[in-house]
Write a protein that binds this ligand. Sequence first.
Ligand code: PLP
Length: 381
Amino acid sequence: MIYLDNSATTSVDPEVLTAFTKVNQNFWGNPSSLHAFGARAEQLLIQAEKQTLSLLNAKQHKVIFTSGATESNNLAIRGVCHAYKNRGCHIITTPVEHASVYETAEDLEQEGFRVTFIDVKKSKTEILKQIEEAICEDTILISCMHVNNEMGMIFPIYEIGQLIKKYPKIKFHVDAVQSVGKIPVDMDKMNIDLLSFSAHKFHGLKGCGALVMNQYLKLVPEITGGHQMYGLRSGTINVAGAVALAKALRLAIEPLNANYNHVKSLYDYTVKELKAMDGVTVNDCYPELTPYIINFAVENIKGETLVHALEEHDVYISAKSACSSKSAQASRILLALGVSEEVALDSVRLSFANTSTLEEATQFINALKLVVVQMRKEMMK
Ligand code: PLP
């Protein structure tokens, strides 16, 4: 199998699975229990939190372990807006956010919040200028993804973080699902108040995510009950999931530079091969892109058709992101990034993991060439 859909999810690292199993077998107590067996589980949870904070250089933060970034994004955005609505009702975000941010912002609009979606077709400087121009007395939250999940564009998170230092009333939320474990994320340097991610994007487990948040922030919880997780996410805590998340994070971050260089070499090879093919457009006209994602279109072949044709060769890529790939419409994200509707409908996403190999990239290119020739022949009939 040639699996190149790693932005949707990655394989589980056996070490992560072992850590998860060990906690479930040996330390399955409830960390909220008063007795020593519960306290042992609590210690593991505290250790997982400390490790997570240290790996992200989050100096004045705490960790809310969640079921994944969708939950983290909802908690961060709704939580800040509901907690600080007496200070203002304006949010700034982008039109290319994942649905868990985009639709949450739309919901908040229905509740009476005002949302500014900045134009992301512009350069980094212009994006920053637009944000500064959009900031007003009423602004309480900026939510911006670090790396876009369909195109791979990298947003100027460091610069936004510096910009908002002038506006202490504004909270800064970053959806870092496609960046954590792949490119550097330094919460302190980047001046990030709230950061969301999911462990399954870097060889961790599905159902395990985190919201790392400034400990001095207020949030209105989404899930009420037994006051676990600093009172912000009630429910018996998944200690094994938290330990497994911290483990996956460490395994991804410690060799980050070497992994990045390896994936960059796969990216360079694949993009060069794609660009040499007739009728292939690589959607890469942005100043900063992650090498983990390649978005491209094959002229007159719908993305969905190409995905299915490649799967016949045991090659797995994606049309749009996994959560929107079943809709027949052109990707909202590609359109907002200035890609024409025609190209957007033909676009597919290939995404690497640290475990991807040059051999896999070569086999992908060979399969693609074969499939495109076959499909073009059929179209001529
Ligand atoms: N944000 C981004 C940028 C994503 O790519 C994804 C998933 O692909 C999510 C949020 C949601 O993550 P999950 O489905 O793990 O909750």
